[in-house]
Design a protein around this ligand. Structure first.
Ligand SMILES: Cc1ncc(COP(=O)(O)O)c(C=O)c1O
Length: 487
């Protein structure tokens, strides 16, 4: 019977060598239970004869199975299928769970399965209209390479071993200067901890300042990536609606004292609203009264195309309640995975210890390159150049939307900032996203940004920063054709 099965499946003309085919077929029969633990395999001589293969071919397959532990050889008595399969009871439970949750989900923890179930990261990270991605092709890589070569000429051991937690000192000095001037952040270099992006900074904050079951507030709508991080950490996540003045909690909301409040005050993600001064002051005051921490996510506010630059919330805080997080993903490039955390002074030392304990610090060479890149003025110059470029692309997209779809189709409290805008829709934005994908365009449905589906408004996030100006109109027309939007 084994021979018949193998004869059926062996492909005489396939490019894969027969020894490899035989090994894979036997392995499959063992894994799917057709060959059970303890079953004796025919001898290599018998099998070679029955299958019409050379004995060497069969011996190769057996040796491979033996090396990987699928079979055992007992001297003088033959080759047997090894007992490597999980208990029957475990198998039954695993397959019952995976039936509902997709392949392999039954093996995950509850929070792991939830994280995977809610996952939102795109598999495509470049092209029209991927939101949240800068134009990486415009990065001054020659300047970067020059600094990199200089840094590599003198790499001390401290740059190649595990990093000192907190980050490369010259980078923290350069960053503190920049944040003070550009973002009105009130900080000393010692308050800065360099992280692998905002995601890691928030993971660290969750570990250090919350316990499972604590309440955390996020914005509604808000960045789904942070919502997933919070859910995964076992927090009770409350989504507080935003309006055109930013986060808008009602007095009763404070009764359930949140431990953490996550906000994007300079450029609410994704609606673009700017938090008003009155709301900022009220938030800081309530956070003080309720002993809550406010996490200010300042992910893209370098890119403001009209009006004056807005000061950070952190700069207004006199009670040490604000943790400010920022990223180089939009200003330099995302694959560098570098961001920063500006901490109230009493939190600095514990956070440094935790960073090192949890992740071990690294990327010192990149940090050294970046420090020089900032200190030599290239960082600010690059931001300035990109601001002009993105501003033009934004105008192009707005003009296109106006001419193709008419007035009033972009979310109205969208400030003149950021790397994306939100196109209002009437219908199902997830279906529109799927239709756009089939047409080769990447957009995100606004409804994905809501925790409470009942509150969700349909729309599409269109990232324009990475789309050359001349490609914007054709891509927009293609999008409109694909989703069937009309005037
Ligand atoms: C609001 C917000 N915060 C944080 C991030 C991610 O930052 P990082 O790449 O540093 O993890 C994003 C990414 O788009 C974002 O939109």
């Amino acid at each position: 019977m084994l021979t018949d099965l193998l004869l059926q499946k062996l492909e005489r003309d396939a490019p894969l060598p027969k020894n490899r085919q035989l090994y894979l077929l036997l392995r499959e029969l063992i894994l799917d239970g057709t060959l059970r633990a303890g079953n004796r395999l025919p001898t290599t001589r018998e099998l070679a004869k029955d299958l019409g293969l050379s004995r060497n071919t069969v011996m190769y397959a057996f040796e491979q199975l033996l090396a990987e532990g699928y079979v055992t050889a007992r001297t003088g008595s033959g080759t047997y299928v090894a007992d490597t399969r999980p208990e029957d009871s475990m198998r039954a439970e695993g397959s019952a769970k995976s039936a509902g949750g997709g392949p392999g989900v039954g093996r995950l923890s509850a929070r792991g399965a939830r994280l995977v179930g809610q996952a939102g990261a795109l598999s495509v990270q470049w092209g029209a209209f991927v939101p949240g991605v800068p134009d990486v092709t415009a990065f001054p890589y020659r300047t970067w390479t020059r600094i990199q070569n200089k840094v590599w000429r003198r790499p001390g051991p401290q740059w190649l071993t595990y990093g000192q937690s907190g980050g490369h000192e010259p980078l923290r000095v350069a960053l503190a200067d920049y944040l003070k001037v550009a973002r009105s952040v009130d900080c000393e270099p010692g308050q800065i901890v360099i992280t692998h992006g905002i995601h890691q900074a928030i993971d660290l904050i969750l570990c250090m300042l919350s316990d499972p079951g604590d309440t955390a507030w996020i914005e509604e709508p808000g960045y789904w990536g942070i919502r997933n991080l919070l859910n995964t950490s076992g927090l009770a996540v409350r989504a507080i609606p935003v309006d055109d003045e930013g986060l808008n909690p009602q007095p009763d909301d404070w009764n359930a004292s949140p431990r953490l409040v996550f906000v994007t005050p300079s450029h609410q993600y994704p609606t673009g609203a700017v938090m008003s001064l009155a709301r900022r002051r009220a938030l800081l005051e309530m956070a003080r009264q309720h002993d809550a921490w406010v996490v200010e996510d300042d992910y893209d506010s370098e890119f403001r195309y009209g009006g004056r630059p807005l000061a950070s919330l952190q700069g207004l805080d006199t009670a040490g309640r604000v943790l400010y997080v920022g990223t180089f993903s939009k200003t330099v490039f995302p694959s560098m995975r570098m961001g920063y955390l500006v901490l109230p002074k009493p939190l600095v030392e514990p956070f440094r210890v935790a960073l090192s304990e949890l992740y071990r610090a690294g990327h010192q060479l990149e940090q050294a390159i970046l420090a020089d890149f900032i200190a030599e003025g290239h960082f600010v110059a690059h931001i300035r150049r990109m601001r002009l470029l993105y501003g033009e692309r934004r105008e192009r997209l707005l003009d296109g939307i106006r001419s193709e779809l008419g007035e009033g189709r972009v979310l109205s409290h969208d400030s003149q900032a950021g790397l994306h805008l939100v196109l209002k829709l009437d219908g199902d934005d997830r279906a529109a996203t799927e239709a756009a994908r089939r047409a080769g365009l990447v957009v995100r449905p606004l409804s994905q940004y809501y925790q409470d589906a009942a509150r969700a408004r349909p729309g599409l996030l269109l990232g324009y920063a990475g789309v050359p100006e001349k490609e914007i109109m054709p891509a927009l027309q293609k999008l409109i054709g694909a989703i069937g939007a009309d005037r």
